[in-house]
Design a protein around this ligand. Structure first.
Ligand SMILES: *Cc1c(COP(=O)(O)O)cnc(C)c1O
Length: 467
């Protein structure tokens, strides 16, 4: 159905999309005055703006992908039975083949799977090491009584470092934790593919192999956040010795085969608008997950999803694991990143797979981190051109549960996230022009004061006023 791209195409042709457009969605153009009113109304938080006021939506690549004709056809094949839907068994067989785990429990999205896994595996007082935190992942670990411990390599915290595998686990940091608290207080290591908060940065297969050996020695399972692992597999193919002639599919299986289970937000790699799952190989963990899912999500053969959603996800896995899809995906993100770099905009390097991250500290050096420079820049891009982006800095990092202070992360970033198969190269050009115009008047931009702060995941609903 999908041909693999041959070497000739990879080496000499550009990354042009392996599809053509059948249907379009019309956008509303707005004036600067309208956008100013809209961002004020939204408390200077792009999450609270309305989609109708947005021209180019780079808020997130979560659930915003364009589905293919085959996925839409699959939607019509939805078997909407309460139990034992045909689409569940199809999804299960595709996940078993492509990801290789024994057991599948569908969930409504990624955090549903994180909830199940955290409640099952974590005991009060446990420590959960991870290669950088993700917002929902860490919160579910904390709600289950665990404490997240960052064990990613130092390079990940330096936006200027060109290190090719910034997603790697620092084994010395992991070992220091294990020595300190004891392996029996470490229920698993949470390993994220293509680390989102570090800028979409992969781990290497060599690092995973070392991690596996270490974890075998100490009897610690590795639970993969598989949300963006196809993109991680692509970077291994591009950057790691010995993988250039392996397919994305083979590399993905090699990764999964070295881990003990996963959580998945299918709204990213898997090209669907909603969905997720939990996978594992352990009989006992599976039984618990099957039992818990009926409390929070739905029966274990649908987990909060419609049959049609599971069908679209199964087809999405087939499409997302092709070389031609990944070449166009990463190609478009790089196109945007290189143009921004050429315009002198400080961005996180190397350019990741799903987004460009602007270094807001360097962009707005005159704004103190507690006046939320990245939040202010995201608001400014919206006012400038109706481009909706997201803060990934001091607001997203939240407060330490111990001290109650802002966590002051090293990375203070604005994320320009590219939805899959949605925007054109011309849209990317407009983004570059808008960012460049804002950069030219950066000295005029002021920080923000937080005037409403929700208890959980504050970045979604916090409200601000200009200083
Ligand atoms: C989006 C995401 C999640 C959470 O998934 P949701 O579907 O938004 O609940 C977890 N981990 C990573 C790496 C993500 O990108």
């Amino acid at each position: 159905m999908f041909r693999l791209m041959n070497e000739h195409t990879t080496k000499h042709h550009s990354w042009a999309e392996p599809y053509k457009i059948k249907m379009v969605e019309l956008l509303r153009m707005t004036t600067r005055e309208e956008r100013l009113a809209a961002i004020r109304e939204a408390g200077y938080n792009t999450f609270l703006t309305r989609s109708r006021d947005v021209y180019i939506d780079l808020l997130t690549d979560s659930g915003t992908s364009a589905m293919s004709d085959r996925q839409w056809a699959g939607m019509m094949m939805g078997d909407e039975a309460y139990s034992g839907s045909e689409n569940f068994y199809h999804l299960e067989s595709v996940v078993q083949e492509y990801y290789g785990y024994k057991y599948l429990v569908p969930t409504h999205q990624g955090r549903g799977a994180e909830h199940l896994m955290s409640q099952i595996l974590i005991q009060e007082g446990d420590h959960v090491p991870g290669n950088m935190y993700f917002t929902t992942t860490r919160l579910h670990q904390e709600l289950a009584g665990g404490k997240f411990v960052d064990v990613i390599v130092d390079e990940a915290h330096d936006p200027a470092s060109e290190f090719p595998f910034k997603g790697n686990v620092d084994l010395a940091k992991l070992d220091a934790l294990v020595q300190d608290v004891g392996a029996d207080r470490v229920p698993y290591i949470s390993l994220e593919g293509n680390v989102n908060m570090a800028g979409g940065q992969p781990f290497s297969m060599a690092n995973l192999r070392e991690l596996r050996a270490y974890c075998d020695k100490h009897d610690i399972p590795i639970m993969l956040d598989a949300t963006r692992t196809i993109e991680n597999a692509w970077f291994i193919r591009e950057r790691e010795e010995g993988y250039a002639s392996k397919s994305v599919r083979e590399i993905l299986r090699e990764i999964c085969d070295m881990t003990d289970g996963c959580t998945m937000s299918a709204k990213k790699d898997l090209l669907v608008n909603i969905g997720g799952f939990f996978c594992c190989n352990d009989d006992e963990v599976f039984r618990k997950a099957q039992n818990l899912v009926v409390v929070y999500e739905g029966l274990h053969t649908y987990g909060g999803l419609a049959g049609r959603d599971m069908e679209a996800m199964a087809q999405g896995i087939l499409e997302a694991t092709t070389e031609e899809h990944m070449a166009a995906r990463v190609g478009q993100v790089r196109y945007l990143g290189r143009k921004l770099e050429a315009a002198g905009i400080p961005i996180v390097k190397p350019i990741g797979s799903h987004a460009i991250f602007i270094d807001a500290r360097q962009f707005l050096p005159h704004i103190d981190q507690d006046d939320y420079p990245a939040q202010a820049l995201a608001a400014e891009l919206f006012i400038e051109a109706g481009i909706r982006t997201m803060e990934r800095g001091n607001v997203s990092a939240g407060r330490s549960p111990v001290t109650g202070e802002n966590r002051h992360p090293k990375l203070e970033l604005v994320r320009l996230t590219i939805p899959r198969r949605v925007y054109t190269q011309a849209h990317m050009d407009v983004v570059v022009e808008a960012v460049t115009d804002v950069y030219a008047r950066r000295d005029e931009i002021r920080g923000l004061k937080m005037v409403y702060e929700p208890e959980y995941l504050r970045f979604f609903q916090a409200r601000f006023e200009p200083l």
